[in-house]
Write a protein that binds this ligand. Structure first.
Ligand SMILES: C=C(O[C@@H]1C=C(C(=O)O)C=C[C@H]1O)C(=O)O
Length: 365
């Protein structure tokens, strides 16, 4: 058989597989519609339906990755199923998700990575606004950055948890690649200003010192904002990611200029709904305590004694009294696990206040 004939035969096979795939996806979507009907019909008076189930979605993705035999990689198949689920859920109920904007930020990329592209995503001007939109019920969930592997904590997010009573329903991790971007009005040998978010400037500090040591660095509220600005301005450049570059049609002068190749940011999904365990969960708590000798030791001891893996501990001013602090602690396990329950009970006897911010599935993608 000639290679032309081989190609023709293979394409006929692909067409027929696509038709079967479409049938299966449609059947799955009809199932999701049926799930919505069952959820609605089993409501008790005054109860509102819970359409989005993060623990179920995390389980579906993990399961797909476990049974995947290739040739597509686990991340790739999970991404495809992420989008199928996103579309199925949108049939049940289109989710509204607020994120730290403007359009083109890494937080938007994180929101779409977590929820898929079938949600209604709404940009907010500040982290606090994301929290307030969720509290007000104007959106179902919010997405905010919480820590970067190079630059550390995003303090605005931690402080917002002290002010608002919201639940952490999930986490997303995103590899952060920064590029040096210019618009068509900029002569590349005449760059006099580089705009970006302060965190992004810091993540590219060494590269900037080596390549643009004497160019002014200007911190703006987001790197998407920086990209928007250089689109029309003369002789300025922005540091931003792929989404912002595409959105504003900018040219990449230099790619992947972050100082650390593993530069990643972790984002949190905030909402009002507690998430049941899937067996691979994390919990976030806030603890405040009196400053006395051995206080931190007493705080950490129960985790150590019960073999609970602390993934993060962060200190912030408590905002009620000078030199008093609160600790943000993340650890592996769910607050319904008996072991975690007993540790939290013991901790509550040692500390002034303890608040569970939420237990949620570990990031799958
Ligand atoms: C179908 C359901 O509703 C939603 C859609 C899901 C899906 O498409 O698999 C999974 C969980 C929910 O977010 C369900 O609860 O099972």
């Amino acid at each position: 058989m000639s290679s032309q004939d081989q190609l023709k035969a293979l394409r006929v096979r692909i067409d027929s597989l696509d038709e079967k795939l479409l049938e299966l996806i449609s059947e799955r979507a009809r199932c999701a519609e049926e799930v919505a009907r069952v959820k609605m019909s089993s409501l008790k008076p005054g109860e509102s339906p819970v359409f989005y189930r993060p623990e179920r979605e995390a389980w579906v993705l993990k399961h797909i990755m476990e049974i995947n035999k290739g040739p597509l990689g686990n991340e790739e198949v999970a991404r495809l199923f992420r989008e199928i689920m996103s579309s199925c859920l949108a049939l049940e109920y289109p989710l509204k998700v607020a994120y730290l904007g403007p359009e083109g930020t890494f937080t938007q990329a994180a929101a779409l990575k977590h929820f898929g592209h079938a949600v209604i995503s709404l940009p907010m001007a500040a982290i606090d606004e994301v929290f307030r939109e969720v509290v007000a019920g104007a959106v179902n969930f919010g997405v905010v950055p919480v820590e970067n592997s190079t630059e550390g904590a995003v303090n605005h997010t931690l402080d917002s948890f002290l002010e608002h009573n919201l639940v952490i329903c999930g986490e997303v991790e995103l590899r952060i690649h920064h590029h040096l971007l210019v618009g068509e009005n900029t002569r590349t040998d005449k760059i006099s200003r580089i705009y970006s978010h302060a965190q992004s400037l810091a993540q590219c500090r060494k590269w900037l010192d080596a390549h643009y040591p004497s160019v002014e660095r200007v911190a703006l509220s987001s790197n998407a904002d920086a990209a928007r600005r250089v689109k029309s301005e003369w002789n300025s450049a922005a540091i931003a990611g792929d989404m912002a570059a595409q959105l504003y049609g900018l040219t990449k002068l230099a790619e992947k200029i972050e100082d650390r190749p593993d530069n990643s940011t972790r984002f949190l999904i905030i909402g009002n709904q507690e998430v049941p365990p899937i067996g691979d969960d994390k919990t976030s708590i806030i603890v405040s305590m009196n400053n006395k000798p051995g206080a931190l030791h007493a705080l950490l001891m129960p985790f150590y004694e019960n073999g609970i893996d602390l993934t993060r501990i962060e200190t912030r001013p408590s905002r009620c009294g000078k030199w008093t602090y609160v600790f943000f602690i993340d650890f592996v396990g769910h607050c319904h696990d008996p072991l975690v329950k007993s540790v939290l009970e013991r901790l509550s006897q040692e500390v002034v206040a303890l608040k569970v911010l939420g237990s949620y599935p570990k990031a799958v993608l």
